[in-house]
Write a protein of this length. Structure first.
Length: 126
């Protein structure tokens, strides 16, 4: 089974991806159903998403982790000098790139560990 998150080719029958740990249960769903196809035509705004939490690329890891906790969000969007999206930093980044590995959280910028150039959609996108 190909993981929809990381495209790792997993052994048939496993419930989570052996590479990234994502659930593979959605890989078995019928994405061709009429209900699902209707959802694909709705704009993202119908989901009423929260206003994203943003930081500059020079924010320290300590600041970013504090924001993740304080705002109760799973990620922050990282913006460049002109306010453009340049990266994303997630709870998963904290777990796999920071926890137990980095001690000087106040001295390291989020730019050094963020995922660069994430793909983003407009609220009007369907």
């Amino acid at each position: 089974v190909i993981c929809p998150s990381c495209t790792h080719d997993n052994i048939a029958g496993v419930e989570t991806c052996e590479e990234c740990g994502q659930s593979l249960s959605e890989a078995y769903q019928d994405w061709g159903s009429e209900e699902f196809q209707e959802l694909l035509t709705e704009p993202l705004s119908v989901l009423n998403p929260r206003t994203p939490v943003c930081v500059t690329s020079t924010a320290s890891l300590a600041e970013v982790i504090s924001l993740l906790q304080g705002k109760n969000v799973g990620c922050v969007l990282v913006t460049g000098e002109k306010g453009e999206l340049v990266g994303i930093f997630t709870e998963r980044d904290v777990l796999y790139r920071v926890a137990g590995l980095i001690r000087n959280l106040g001295q390291i910028t989020v730019e050094s560990l963020m995922t660069h150039r994430p793909t983003a959609l407009n609220l009007s996108a369907a």
